[in-house]
Ligand binder design. Structure first.
Ligand code: NAG
Ligand code: NAG
Ligand code: NAG
Ligand code: NAG
Length: 186
């Protein structure tokens, strides 16, 4: 084969392929909304900081708070893998877990910012999860968190989680929280 035609064939081939790689975005087109569904979820969240097998652990805190002996002084970063159960009792049946972080972010009034992924392991939503990114004013017995997205059956989710503290140990920070979540999703 002649050298020139070989090179021009490569050129033709690469020209044919190159449009795929020439830009990182598609043409912007009008969005056609898909029918959405609404699902309500109800479960209990167990955040255990105490004992030999905690589900939530302190990762770091600023040393400026050394004289603060609350379980989560301002600046604390806590990583968690908390079980979610059907009822308030840990033995009532685990239906998933919340993984993520919270940051103690209230300087004057104790408050957290939650970065949680609630993943489900039972039933219809096994393998799906919802993402929560929100402030969490823990001193209020009833509060709400924003649901900002989801995976699996909860694709494109948005919604709100209503929380009620069911049990709190102010000494060690262990808490059980009741969640009612309303999610709009695909
Ligand atoms: C905190 O850490 C900084 C940097 O190591 C140090 O200079 C400071 O004295 C520490 N403060 C306290 C209250 O321990
Ligand atoms: C949940 O999904 C996982 C992964 O597909 C599977 O192994 C497991 O058996 C499922 N559990 C239930 C209770 O359906
Ligand atoms: C969740 O909804 C149920 C039924 O409406 C209600 O009894 C319960 O108090 C609610 N809990 C929260 C945390 O909103
Ligand atoms: C609260 O935590 C303290 C310290 O870990 C412990 O001594 C106490 O028994 C706990 N109280 C309850 C009701 O769990």
């Amino acid at each position: 084969m002649e050298k020139g035609s070989f090179i021009s064939r490569i050129l033709v081939l690469s020209l044919a392929i190159s449009p795929v790689f020439s830009q990182y975005y598609s043409k912007t087109e009008p969005y056609t909304p898909q029918p959405e569904k609404i699902t309500n979820l109800h479960f209990f969240f167990h955040d255990t900081l105490s004992g030999k097998d905690p589900s939530a652990v302190l990762v770091a805190r600023a040393n400026i708070t050394d004289d603060d002996d609350s379980p989560t002084p301002f600046s604390s970063v806590i990583a968690l893998d908390d079980p979610l159960t059907l009822g308030p009792d840990l033995n009532s049946g685990v239906i998933g877990n919340a993984q993520g972080l919270y940051v103690s972010s209230g300087k004057d009034i104790p408050s957290l910012v939650a970065f949680f992924d609630f993943g489900f392991t039972q039933g219809e939503f096994n393998g799906s999860s919802i993402s929560v990114f929100s402030r969490n004013p823990i001193l209020e017995n009833e509060r709400e968190l924003a649901v900002v997205g989801g995976r699996g059956k909860f694709r494109m989710a948005r919604g709100v989680a209503q929380l009620k503290t069911f049990f709190l140990n102010v000494t060690n920070g262990d808490v059980i929280v009741e969640y009612n979540v309303t999610v709009i999703h695909y």
